[in-house]
Unconditional design. Structure first.
Length: 431
């Protein structure tokens, strides 16, 4: 039998210092147990299940076993009974009578006492935090300042989310795109269009289940894109808007759809104003319907007690006012440079200056268990039916998504898990 090691911690949150410790420990032994130690009081900070999922994703492997457990008990490194209690907890979680090595980043009594109690030797890795100068306390105090020390799933947890909503034809997609460019971060596209266009083209009847699916998938996509966000994430529409469309299509709101919208965490909601002209795009109803949607959305926000701001004016005015509100609400600052780039002549809801002028949809293999669907989302030329079909391959989950957003933007969805046969069936040259 080879060397068995253990790393334990609260991981509130799991950061790159923890990852450095685990990777060093894994390299020094044949089998490693990473114990996520939780208490009832800490559930309100970060739930144990969330921390366990982070650790599994980031360091779990056939040789690195992740175990998690909530245990409430007193703490002391001098009381023999309390020390013995925690030693039993550790060995119960490992499932072994002893381990060979305890790896910590603490060069104090805690490591030596714990190692002796579980029959291990103590190896201290980077005790002065010289390699990765960060702590969980510092992150909890100001997670945005510690962004460089967080991995994507943890970033998604801490990203400040801003949703941009409004009635039909209020410019919310344009505003979302421009704000993401202004803050040089990611934004979440509207999933409902990819779902509804092919459904309407087939002449299918809408049911409440469709709107539950849209609201749920919009949230799933938001959570995945949040991994790529730089401190702040912008979302074009949300489940509250989906609830409005339930009323439009089926004649009344639905409590289940509304409940999905009520549970999403947003630092700020920007409501795009109706002061711009209403434009028919083939799917919109009327200026009267737009006014109804606007009134419903703002009333619902007030019911929820959600902070929101009505954004009106020219494109430049909207971006300027919204940017200031986002900075105040999220504690982030847009990069220096002002709004001069707005003069580049970006026109049209979906028109992005894509290098090489490529438009439309690409479907190509993304590995043995994934496909990647990429589109520039030029409003007039994107094949929404193909995009919708690709997204529908695995309706139970959205595993990966990327928003490549700088000043030239392409949207990339990676939708997994699809089996090899589905990948092959949907793969092909760019068109």
């Amino acid at each position: 039998m080879g060397t068995t090691g253990v790393v334990l911690g609260k991981f509130l949150p799991f950061h790159r210092g923890h990852r450095f410790l685990v990777e060093r420990a894994a390299a020094a032994c044949d089998e490693l147990f990473v114990l996520v130690m939780g208490s009832s009081a800490e559930e309100a900070i970060i739930p144990l299940a969330t921390r366990e999922a982070w650790v599994r994703e980031l360091v779990g492997s056939p040789r690195v076993h992740v175990r998690a457990r909530i245990t409430d008990g007193p703490m002391s490194w001098t009381d023999p009974a309390i020390i013995a209690f925690w030693n039993r907890v550790i060995l119960e979680m490992v499932g072994r009578p002893s381990v060979d090595v305890l790896f910590t980043s603490e060069g104090d009594t805690y490591g030596d006492v714990t190692a002796a109690g579980i029959g291990a030797r103590h190896v201290c890795v980077d005790p002065g935090r010289a390699a990765v100068p960060i702590s969980g306390t510092a992150i909890r105090r100001d997670p945005l300042a510690a962004w460089a020390y967080l991995d994507p799933p943890v970033r998604a947890f801490y990203a400040r989310r801003v949703r941009v909503i409004g009635g039909e034809s209020t410019g919310k997609t344009t505003l979302t795109d421009l704000l993401a460019r202004r803050f040089e971060t990611a934004w979440v596209p509207e999933f409902g269009r990819a779902y509804s266009d092919p459904k309407d083209a087939r002449g299918e009847t809408w049911t409440t289940a469709d709107f539950v699916a849209i609201a749920t998938r919009q949230g799933d996509l938001e959570d995945v894109v949040a991994r790529r966000a730089d401190r702040v994430l912008f979302a074009d529409t949300d489940a509250l808007t989906t609830g409005i469309w339930h009323r439009v299509y089926l004649g009344a709101r639905d409590a289940g759809v509304d409940a999905i919208g009520a549970t999403r965490p947003y630092a700020l909601t920007l409501v795009a104003g109706t002061d711009i002209g209403w434009v028919q795009d083939g799917d919109r109803r009327s200026p009267h319907e737009r006014a109804l949607q606007q009134a419903e959305l703002t009333a619902r926000l007030d019911e929820l007690g959600a902070p929101w701001l009505l954004v009106t004016g020219s494109r430049r005015e909207r971006v300027a006012v919204a940017s200031a509100a986002v900075e105040a609400a999220t504690g982030t600052a847009a990069p220096a440079g002002g709004l001069d780039w707005l003069e580049l002549g970006l026109e049209g809801r979906w028109r992005h200056l894509v290098p090489g002028g490529r438009h439309g949809l690409r479907v190509r293999p993304g590995g043995p268990d994934a496909i990647e669907v990429a589109a520039s989302l030029d409003r007039e030329r994107t094949d929404y039916a193909t995009l919708g079909s690709a997204l529908a391959l695995q309706p139970a989950a959205v595993r990966e998504a990327d928003w490549y957003a700088a000043r030239h933007v392409e949207l990339a969805y990676a939708v997994a898990r699809s089996d090899d046969e589905r990948v092959a069936a949907n793969a092909g040259p760019a068109t």
